[in-house]
Structures are given as C-alpha cells and as structure tokens.
Design a protein around this ligand. Structure first.
Ligand SMILES: Nc1nc2c(ncn2[C@@H]2O[C@H](COP(=O)(O)OP(=O)(O)OP(=O)(O)O)[C@@H](O)[C@H]2O)c(=O)[nH]1
Ligand SMILES: [Mg+2]
Length: 354
C-alpha cells in the first residue's frame, strides 16, 4: 500500500511522516525543505506479533506501507502540487491543521479545518480537470483519422460523466463507475478519485480525546482521524520500551502509525492474512473478499497455479491452541477450496502441487 501525504504549507505533514516512518526529516516554522520525503513503515499488528512470539521464526515480515510526503503548496508563490508522485498512490492522506500556535502563521490567516479540506479537494479537482480536458482535446483531434470503439467509449465517459462532475466541483470519488469504466480511468491516476484519509492535526492536549474531531465533517467517501502529529513525532523518537507509557498518558491505545495504516486498509478495503512457520512468520495484504486461490497468488504465482487446498484457522485460535496440530485436533483448522473468501486475521497454509 502506498499513501501520499499532502496538505497546506505548515499543516504538519512532515511531522506526521516522521511519526509514521520513524524518520527524522526536517520540520519547521519556515520552509524546511522543498523535497519530497519517501519512507517505508512496517505495519504494526499485535496479532502478527503474538504469532511471532509463538513461533520465534528466523524471519519476521510484517506488511509494509510506503509513505510519500510532498511539500505544501503556496499558491501565492505560484507553486503547484507534486502531482507525479501523488498519482501513483493508492490513497491520499490530507493533513489538516487544527492546532493553534500563535507563532506559526496559517497560510490563510486563521485555523479553519473545514475550509482547508474544501480547498485541497478543489486543488485535486482542478488538477484532474486539466488532465481530462487535455485527453478529450486529443481525442477530438484524433477524430479526423477515426476513433476506435475503445476511444469512443472513453470519450463518452470523459465528456458525459467525468468532465461535468469536475466542472461542478465534485470529487470523482463520489461517483460510481462500472468496473470497466473504472479500469479505463485508472491509467490517469485521477487524484480526486483516490480514497482520502483526512488527518486532523490537533493540539497535543486533544491527542487522545475521542471528541477531538467533533465539529469537522469528512466529505463523502473519505475518512477522518484526529492525530497530534507533533506529539506522535516526539513519542516515535523515544526508546520503544517507553513509548507505550507515553501513549497511554496521552490517552492513546496505539501509535498513529498503527491507526493511520488501519484506516488506510479500511478505506481501501484491504485485509491481512498470515503465514506461519519456524522459518518465517509473515503478513500478506489482499483485498477484502479475495478467494483462497487469489491469496495464494499474493504469496507466489506457483502456489496459485498448483493450488490444491488451503488450511485455514483464525489467528486467535492458533494462539489459544499453541500449534496447528492442536488446532487440527480441536477442529479449528479447516480445509478450504479455491473459492473460499479469506477473512482478516486468518492463518493460511497452502497445499499445492507444481
Ligand atoms: N503547536 C503545534 N505545532 C505543530 C503541530 N504539528 C506540527 N507542528 C509544527 O508546525 C511546523 C510545521 O510542521 P511540518 O511538519 O514541517 O509541516 P509541513 O506541513 O510538512 O510543512 P511544509 O512541508 O513546509 O508544507 C513545525 O514547527 C511543527 O513542529 C502540532 O500539533 N502542534
Ligand atoms: Mg513538510
């Protein structure tokens, strides 16, 4: 999973990036840097950690998430979003300033999360508009030589549905497209189509407050999470052994790295399944509803091709039993066929033959 972090200047994007990836990129009251930060974070998952402690494997491989943190844009200085990077992302994380800091000027003058959410949404809509308009112009030019059926369908989709929505300043993520249309659009990396996670960057005192996001509405098809980026950044720099205490003191059960990634999985309809053994305990990411044979393909194409059966058990049942052999005795280990929909948190062992 790849998540692109964006937002207005000085909203706390890099502070959040640092917290998520345990990095130490420069943040600051003045333009810290103009560069895009890229980092990879292991997905913290207590279920997988328990399985690791049970198996003590040679290799422990949590799922990974790639984060890209693009510099904030200052329209006044004629800057534009770093779109090339963002177009490749699975989802966008918009960091919205909600914290008060008299010494740190907000680019729009005052703190107003709802306004900033709309402003960035509009940026994305405008960027998509340019892409779609350009593509349509090219298709119109190509009409002279005659359009293929594919191109005709594409033109109709863009001119009848996509462009009018953008003209009406509607994010494309609010539209329903047929699977085939979706495929046609996917190559453009349309930004207002991408699932959006809003991170409300709140004052440190509100870090663990369940009502921290009260009064701010997430637009349709997006999700909202309150995080104190600076506090989380500070905690992420502490000795791992101390982090739990500091999180608990702030009223937090899990660090933002876990909460943000969980929200991202939810938004994208992703789940994890696990493979276990003395050699390796590992998490795999698949779409919710994927069948056992698709899950096998996530591990290796040979296993998908030679798929015979999947042995499936819930992670909790394995922890309770202490071994797959005991699961088998207790009949909590089941044999499933190709079409079985794998569920979140299941431990799967594939039987295959190539
Ligand atoms: N008071 C307060 N300050 C914060 C918070 N989060 C970030 N900051 C501060 O805001 C300033 C800007 O933070 P950055 O993370 O650099 O912001 P950014 O969005 O990456 O900024 P650009 O990349 O320049 O657009 C830094 O001085 C941070 O320490 C917060 O929750 N509370
Ligand atoms: Mg930054």
């Amino acid at each position: 999973m790849q998540l692109g972090i964006l937002g207005l200047p000085k909203s706390g994007k890099t502070a959040l990036f640092n917290a998520l990836t345990a990095s130490r990129q420069a943040t600051g009251k003045f333009r810290a840097s103009n560069t895009t930060n890229v980092g990879v974070a292991a997905v913290g998952d207590r279920r997988l950690e328990q399985l690791r402690d049970l198996y003590r494997p040679k290799r422990y491989v949590p799922a990974q998430v790639r984060f890209v943190d693009v510099p904030g844009i200052d329209r006044g200085r004629g800057e534009t979003l770093d779109l090339a990077e963002l177009r490749m992302m699975d989802a966008l994380v918009h960091v919205v300033r909600a914290f008060e800091d008299a010494e740190l000027l907000h680019p729009a003058g005052d703190v107003d999360p709802q306004r900033d959410i709309a402003a960035i949404d509009l940026e994305l809509i405008l960027a998509d508009y340019e892409v779609v308009e350009r593509r349509l112009e090219r298709l119109v030019q190509a009409q002279k030589r005659g359009l293929t059926d594919q191109e005709k369908r594409e033109r109709a989709l863009l001119s009848d549905r996509v462009l009018p929505a953008l003209e009406a300043e509607t994010s494309l993520r609010r539209l329903d497209f047929a699977a085939e249309e979706e495929k046609r659009l996917s190559g453009y990396g349309l930004l207002s189509r991408k699932p959006m996670l809003l991170i409300l960057n709140v004052d440190e005192e509100l870090a663990g407050d369940p009502d921290a996001a009260a009064g701010v509405d997430a637009p349709p098809c997006s999700d909202l999470l309150a995080v104190s980026a600076r506090l989380e950044e500070e905690i992420s720099r502490l000795d791992p052994a101390d982090q739990g205490d500091f999180l608990a003191e702030a009223g937090l059960d899990q660090p933002s790295a876990v909460r943000v990634v969980q929200a991202g999985y939810e938004l994208l309809g992703l789940i994890s399944f696990f493979t276990v053994g003395e050699d390796e305990v590992r998490a795999w990411t698949i779409r919710r509803g994927s069948t056992a044979v698709t899950a096998a393909g996530a591990v290796h194409s040979d296993i998908e091709r030679g798929f015979i059966r999947a042995e499936v058990t819930a992670w909790r049942d394995l922890i309770d039993a202490g071994s797959l052999a005991v699961c088998r005795e207790r009949a909590t280990l089941r044999l499933e066929g190709k079409g079985y929909p794998v569920r979140d948190g299941e431990v799967v062992h594939f039987r295959f033959n190539v």
